[in-house]
Design a protein around this ligand. Structure first.
Ligand SMILES: *[C@@H]1O[C@H](CO)[C@@H](O)[C@H](O)[C@H]1NC(C)=O
Ligand SMILES: *[C@@H]1O[C@H](CO)[C@@H](O)[C@H](O)[C@H]1NC(C)=O
Ligand SMILES: *[C@@H]1O[C@H](CO)[C@@H](O)[C@H](O)[C@H]1NC(C)=O
Ligand SMILES: *[C@@H]1O[C@H](CO)[C@@H](O)[C@H](O)[C@H]1NC(C)=O
Ligand SMILES: *[C@@H]1O[C@H](CO)[C@@H](O)[C@H](O)[C@H]1NC(C)=O
Ligand SMILES: *[C@@H]1O[C@H](CO)[C@@H](O)[C@H](O)[C@H]1NC(C)=O
Ligand SMILES: *[C@@H]1O[C@H](CO)[C@@H](O)[C@H](O)[C@H]1NC(C)=O
Ligand SMILES: *[C@@H]1O[C@H](CO)[C@@H](O)[C@H](O)[C@H]1NC(C)=O
Length: 687
């Protein structure tokens, strides 16, 4: 049964061997044998078969007097690497192929290129785009396509334009899928974006496994995904993503060129499930020539595949067309017609790699292919680097059953709304104004933030407690929920700072002490308590951040530094506001206070106490107070009556004090600079 199947297949395949060309000059053109290995059943394979046969007709119609003609041997690799390798070996051993075109998968091209290197046969692929296949290390490998790395700067510029800082790549676990990841991470690093997680999908994954992976992604913060997979897996991915609500507002999806290049050929229901996604693809300018070809191609495809629903031609079809032209032209140039061809060997011994013949023509043919530059249907066709080099990418937005253009990206100019804008090549841009508006998933016109507070995430615990200065921080308990509510300047600054972070930091306030307890405690105490974690915090906000580090360590970070300035204030018995400017303070500086042995006050818990002691104040002359009212009382009484002559405090508090006690007080220097106000955070480790 199997054998019968194989025989039928071979018969079908030899029937598809395409021989074209006429001997208008009366001479029989010499045959140049070319192997073509395709996954004949795949989308790209089907498209390529039609394109290649049209290319043969068109080329030899345009060059009727050529002394050579290509004879194509089309083989089906059946989406299988081993099958592809066996076909390549057979073609090389038994058919004296001068070149092999088209291993579709990067994994197939890898082995076949090794064979090419051994036998000096150029291997030309218009589909193997993985950068792991590097022409520089495979001397007979030619990529008649862009490699997947070419698009990475375009993707990075797009991500930068939308201000996203974290991106999760979702890719298939193949040479193709993995190939772009190192380059992607580098390109993102350059724009200060990061990859917090990589989602690897095995090609054997069931829809259930894919759904589970999507649920996992949903619990994470990042909402920007780069999808780099084959059409079959991508279809399942997006249909499932839509089902579970990941194609709703707030999500952003970018699909790489491998898939975007095929977008017109995908089933409309798949395209619909991708609504709102962005895609990057090879930019193909419209032309009458291309239009004419597309019409002919559509008719031919229908004839080649009468029972199929019509497919749309894509860039891979055009690259395969241009590849045939390049090879046919090179064959004529090298004059392969003059070589004697050995008859195909009847017996097959595919296991004998040692016996692989080396081609004399291979190096010449390779050189001719590399030297022949022309404008093909796909645009400039220049294989001098043994691969096409990127010119222009188009950024698109998938809408309805089709797509609309968002902008372009070129190596020289970066992102632009229109091509050939007179930018003079000096501004390499990646800003929003350079792109058309996008209709995002969920039909939203708001640019996704790129992150969301995850449903099941750890919250940052922010310790707060009341202070004698409600203007700076005031804490209340919500009677119903029991949650701590904080307000005041310190809280506002903290909340604004968190909002400006490029990723979500979910947090909650944790009350220390009771809301009524406004007494101060020592700052030293505070730092020590932060060091101990468990419970006593001070009026400043204490933030506890959890990061996944193995070693436990404590880091004190001053987040937002206000400059803290120390000064002293004193009593001046003013009788009239009008004369205030002419009056001299009773105390001019702190030295005077020291000399006269006056009592001075400080805010309880403040490090000012230590400072005063250092300055030489007698401990019995230093008095702690809690609230502005206490300061006022003590200052009113004066040093002689159990009060104080001056209060040494921090400038922000003094300003606050003077705002409510404007008569009778002023602020004098000198101002001592100290470390500053801060938000203290402790970084704890966990496994
Ligand atoms: C090609 O030339 C040969 C002999 O010169 C002739 O017999 C044959 O008919 C020609 N074929 C075509 C297609 O013109
Ligand atoms: C074919 O014909 C063109 C002109 O029609 C001529 O320039 C070219 O040299 C010819 N090529 C060969 C191989 O005869
Ligand atoms: C290609 O072949 C040359 C010898 O012809 C060898 O030196 C080189 O290592 C081969 N490269 C690969 C990638 O196999
Ligand atoms: C396209 O087809 C039309 C009609 O067949 C023809 O007149 C025109 O010259 C063609 N244009 C190109 C660029 O091939
Ligand atoms: C295949 O090649 C090996 C080694 O040269 C030889 O021993 C074997 O007989 C060959 N088999 C066939 C079927 O020719
Ligand atoms: C991929 O293409 C880019 C741009 O055309 C090029 O800079 C890069 O070297 C290529 N990478 C490989 C592995 O060929
Ligand atoms: C852009 O300019 C180049 C030459 O500078 C030209 O070849 C190309 O056709 C122009 N493209 C568009 C879309 O105008
Ligand atoms: C571009 O540069 C040329 C010469 O450097 C200058 O004359 C021209 O005005 C510039 N165009 C724009 C749009 O800046």
């Amino acid at each position: 049964m199997k054998i019968a199947h194989r025989i039928i297949l071979l018969l079908v395949l030899s029937a598809t061997s395409i021989v074209a060309g006429q001997n208008a000059t009366g001479r029989e053109p010499q045959e140049v044998h070319v192997g073509v290995i395709l996954d004949v059943g795949s989308l790209v394979g089907k498209i390529a078969v039609t394109s290649i046969s049209l290319a043969m007709e068109d080329f030899y119609a345009a060059h009727q007097n050529y002394s050579t003609k290509l004879v194509l041997h089309i083989r089906d690799s059946m989406s299988d690497d081993v099958q592809a390798a066996a076909q390549a070996l057979d073609l090389l051993e038994n058919y004296n192929e001068e070149t092999i075109i088209g291993p579709e998968k990067s994994s197939q091209a890898m082995f076949i290129s090794d064979l090419g290197n051994k036998s000096h046969i150029p291997i030309i692929s218009f589909m193997a785009t993985s950068p792991t296949l590097s022409p520089s290390s495979l001397p007979y490998f030619v990529r008649a396509a862009l490699n997947d790395s070419a698009q990475l700067n375009c993707i990075a510029s797009t991500i930068k334009a939308y201000g996203w800082r974290k991106v999760v790549p979702i890719y298939e676990d193949t040479d193709y899928g993995r190939g772009i990841i190192p380059g992607l991470v580098d390109a993102l690093q350059e724009i200060n974006a990061h990859v917090p997680y990589r989602s690897v999908i095995p090609t054997s994954a069931t829809s259930e496994q894919i759904t589970n992976e999507l649920f996992k992604l949903m619990t994470m913060q990042t909402r920007v995904y780069i999808v780099h997979m084959s059409p079959a897996l991508t279809s399942i991915l997006f249909i499932k993503a839509k089902e579970i609500g990941m194609m709703n507002k707030g999500y952003a999806w970018i699909i790489t060129d491998g898939l975007t290049n095929l977008i017109d050929s995908l089933h409309p229901s798949v395209v619909e499930s991708m609504n709102g996604a962005l895609g990057i693809h090879f930019y193909l300018p419209k032309s009458t020539e291309l239009n004419n070809f597309t019409m002919r191609w559509n008719m031919r495809y229908q004839i080649d595949n009468p029972t199929d629903t019509p497919l749309k031609l894509n860039i891979f079809g055009l690259w395969s067309y241009d590849t045939i032209w390049a090879v046919a032209q090179a064959a004529e140039k090298v004059g392969l017609a003059n070589t004697k061809f050995r008859k195909p060997v009847a017996t097959k011994n595919l296991t004998n790699l040692e016996a692989l013949k080396t081609s004399n023509n291979g190096p010449k043919l390779l050189k001719a292919i590399m030297q022949h530059k022309f404008i093909g249907l796909s645009g400039k066709f220049d294989l001098s680097d043994r691969q096409l080099v990127v010119s222009t990418f188009q950024i698109i937005n998938i809408v309805g059953r089709g797509w609309r253009e968002i902008g372009f990206w070129t190596v020289q100019d970066g992102i632009s709304r229109k091509l050939n804008q007179s930018k003079n090549g000096t501004t390499y841009s990646s800003t929003l104004s350079d792109l058309n508006p996008v209709i995002w998933p969920g039909e939203s016109i708001d640019i996704p933030r790129g992150f969301e507070i995850p449903v099941s995430g750890k919250k940052l615990k922010v310790g707060v407690r009341s202070s004698g200065y409600p203007e700076f921080i005031k804490v209340e308990m919500d009677q119903i929920t029991g949650a701590a509510k904080a307000s005041g300047l310190s809280v506002d600054v903290f909340e604004e700072a968190v909002k400006m972070l490029p990723y979500a930091v979910p947090y909650e306030y944790v009350l220390f002490g009771s809301p009524e307890d406004t007494s101060s405690r020592s700052y030293d105490d505070f730092v020590y308590q932060v060091h101990l974690k468990l419970e006593i915090l001070n009026p400043l906000i204490v933030a506890e951040e959890i990061v996944g580090r193995l070693l436990s360590r404590i880091v004190l970070i001053v987040w937002l530094c206000f400059l803290l300035v120390l000064t002293s204030s004193y009593t001046a018995n003013l009788t009239s506001m009008l004369t205030v400017q002419q009056l001299q303070p009773t105390v001019n500086d702190i030295q005077e206070l020291l000399k006269s042995g006056e009592h001075v006050g400080y805010h309880r818990g403040s490090y000012v106490k230590g400072l005063l002691e250092e300055l030489g104040f007698d401990r019995s002359n230093i008095k702690p107070y809690d609230t502005p009212d206490d300061f006022h009382n003590a200052l009113s009484r004066g040093s002689g009556n159990g009060g104080i002559a001056a209060l040494v405090h921090e400038v922000p508090y003094i300003k606050l004090f003077l705002a409510s006690h404007c008569i009778g007080y002023t602020m004098v220097g000198p101002i001592y600079k100290a470390a500053g106000f801060g938000y203290v955070s402790i970084t704890t480790a966990y496994r």
